[in-house]
Write a protein that binds this ligand. Structure first.
Ligand code: PEP
Length: 248
């Protein structure tokens, strides 16, 4: 059985003042029955990790370099994120794929770097609107999974996040049947390739998850939680999503 996870991606948002949201979140959810992860900008990683010590909230990075150190100005490695107190790293977010031209091979290399640092990779996949409208969703996601998830993935080192690109930050959400179809196909491909370990990898849905739609989304089979952007910035909103996942 995959563990349930509510993961927040703050993207390029947040300053020291934002840490107050974490204090409020930890107070409101001292002992959740699911995992809770916040991935702040790198500037806040170690302070957030300090703040969440002794709470149920884990801290993660939003990206890493595939190398563990070296002449890569502006980049950070998985080891550095581990050193700052991180437990997870998001790789292959569609904004990285689009803004930085990251390929499936890049994401597989980053995933191996995450594992080498002893951390959990949250590997993102998802189709664009044009791909969905062309009826290519399943093929696109299958191709990204095959190319981005290295051999050796299991429930301890890997989380998959299905995030339709057109649903991220737009307020648009696929129907529950559409989410169910993609999650079932992902689960099927994971178990075909990884055997029982494929059942242990959480599959998150991401794209405009809010407290108001979380209960419905979390009732969909093979949805083990959410990767949340905008609604993870406020303790009240993210807390509502955590509460929905606890009820699921
Ligand atoms: C995301 O960035 O991964 C995301 C799902 O964003 P939002 O929740 O804002 O759609």
């Amino acid at each position: 059985m995959a563990r349930k996870l509510a993961a927040g991606n703050w993207k390029m948002n947040g300053t020291n003042a934002s840490l107050a949201e974490i204090t409020a979140l930890a107070k409101a959810h001292p002992d959740p029955n699911c995992d809770v992860l916040i991935c702040p900008p790198a500037t806040l990683l170690s302070r957030l990790a300090e703040k969440t010590t002794g709470t149920a909230i884990k801290t993660g990075g939003q990206d890493c370099h595939a190398a563990s150190s070296g002449a890569h100005t502006g980049d950070i490695s998985a080891e550095m994120i581990a050193d700052a107190g991180g437990s997870h790293i998001i790789v292959g977010h569609s904004e990285r794929r689009a803004d930085h031209g990251e390929t499936d091979a890049d994401i597989a290399a980053k995933t191996r770097a995450v594992w080498n640092a002893g951390l959990v990779a949250v590997i993102c996949v998802g189709e664009t609107l044009a791909e969905r409208e062309a009826g290519q969703t399943i093929d696109i996601v299958a191709g990204q999974l095959a190319g981005s998830v290295p051999n050796g993935a299991n429930g301890d080192n890997t989380v998959i996040a299905y995030e339709p690109v057109w649903a991220i930050g737009t307020g648009k959400v696929p129907t529950l049947d559409e989410i169910a179809a993609v999650h079932a196909d992902i689960r099927d491909r994971l178990t075909t390739r990884f055997g029982d370990a494929g059942n242990d990898m959480p599959i998150l849905y991401g794209g405009s998850v809010k407290p108001s739609n979380a209960d419905d989304i979390f009732r969909v089979a093979d949805v083990d939680g959410a990767l949340v952007g905008g609604a993870s910035l406020k303790a009240e909103d993210f807390g509502g999503i955590i509460a929905a996942l606890e009820r699921a």
